[in-house]
Design a protein around this ligand. Structure first.
Ligand code: ATP
Ligand code: ATP
Ligand code: MG
Ligand code: MG
Ligand code: MG
Ligand code: MG
Length: 237
């Protein structure tokens, strides 16, 4: 194509290339999903349809990038995709990787919505969108700690949210009272409140809620103890 005198503006573009031989984590997170979940009346604290939709979307993303992904992990409105350290995807350009993962995720989320929310159409004025970032980790130890960090986060959030919503929905506390009741409590105290005051044994809660979701590079969806299985997950990488 003939060059115009305007062509020089292209020189202003910068390409941030991610460090070689480092694991790349792409983490996407729903924008304002607190509001989004309220608008679509998600069940609190865990709407199964929404979680299954996230998992189905993540699976399709993993399958699309099956030669690059080691594993993906998701909870709530977020998903992390962990890429091989030697991947040459988009010449390791940060913008390309972050934006293509998140736009594929978003278009899949919209496309699969009606499969999981059968009686609620997406509203043109309340469409889902996600942010995305790439983080590089220099060795296997830190990338294992990354995944363990997200797993522990799932546990902490889910335990809190489970007790909180039980106190509100079952015991009739206001949200403020529930917040005060849980302020400063340790993990075992929360489990005790849940058992004694709400009659619920946390151990019997669904695995998907307690553990989040792992998508293997083969596209299998499993709910496992990530910390226990961490060496197995990264075996060979
Ligand atoms: P931001 O735009 O900063 O990410 P956010 O409102 O999305 O803000 P997050 O910290 O990402 O905040 O939290 C996501 C929120 O979305 C949760 O706190 C919860 O209220 C809601 N949410 C996400 N998934 C579900 C689900 N499966 N069931 C019920 N609520 C959910
Ligand atoms: P990359 O993934 O690197 O962006 P690409 O194939 O999208 O590769 P572009 O330089 O972005 O390459 O060019 C977009 C191409 O898409 C055009 O060259 C053209 O072939 C096609 N295209 C885009 N919009 C239209 C359109 N409205 N009508 C017909 N063809 C189109
Ligand atoms: Mg966020
Ligand atoms: Mg969010
Ligand atoms: Mg989130
Ligand atoms: Mg293009």
């Amino acid at each position: 194509m003939a060059k115009s005198r305007f062509e020089y503006v292209k020189e202003f573009e910068r390409h941030d290339v991610l460090l070689p031989q480092c694991y790349i984590v792409v983490r996407i997170d729903g924008k304002k999903f607190h509001e989004f979940s309220r608008f679509y009346e998600f069940e609190k604290p865990n709407d199964i349809r929404a979680l299954k939709l996230m998992n189905a979307v993540a699976k399709n993303v993993v399958v699309h990038y099956k030669n690059e992904v080691i594993v993906a992990y998701g909870e709530s409105d977020e998903y992390s995709f962990i890429l091989k350290k030697d991947t040459n995807l988009y010449n390791r350009r940060r913008d390309k990787i972050a934006t293509l993962f998140v736009s594929l995720f978003t278009s899949q989320y919209v496309a699969l919505w009606s499969k999981f929310f059968t009686d609620r159409e997406l509203d043109f004025k309340h469409l889902p969108f996600f942010d995305s970032r790439c983080v590089v980790y220099p060795n296997l130890a830190t990338v294992k700690d990354y995944l363990s960090w997200r797993f522990v986060d799932t546990h902490i959030n889910n335990l809190y949210n489970t007790v909180f919503w039980q106190l509100v929905l079952k015991c009739g506390l206001t949200t403020q009272q529930a917040e005060n009741r849980l302020c400063g409590t340790l993990s075992n105290e929360k489990q005790e409140i849940l058992f004694k005051e709400c009659g619920i044994n946390y151990n019997n809660e669904p695995e998907m809620f307690k553990k989040g979701t792992v998508v293997t590079r083969k596209g299998e969806i499993v709910h496992i103890d990530v910390i226990k299985e961490i060496d197995q997950i990264f075996k060979g990488y």
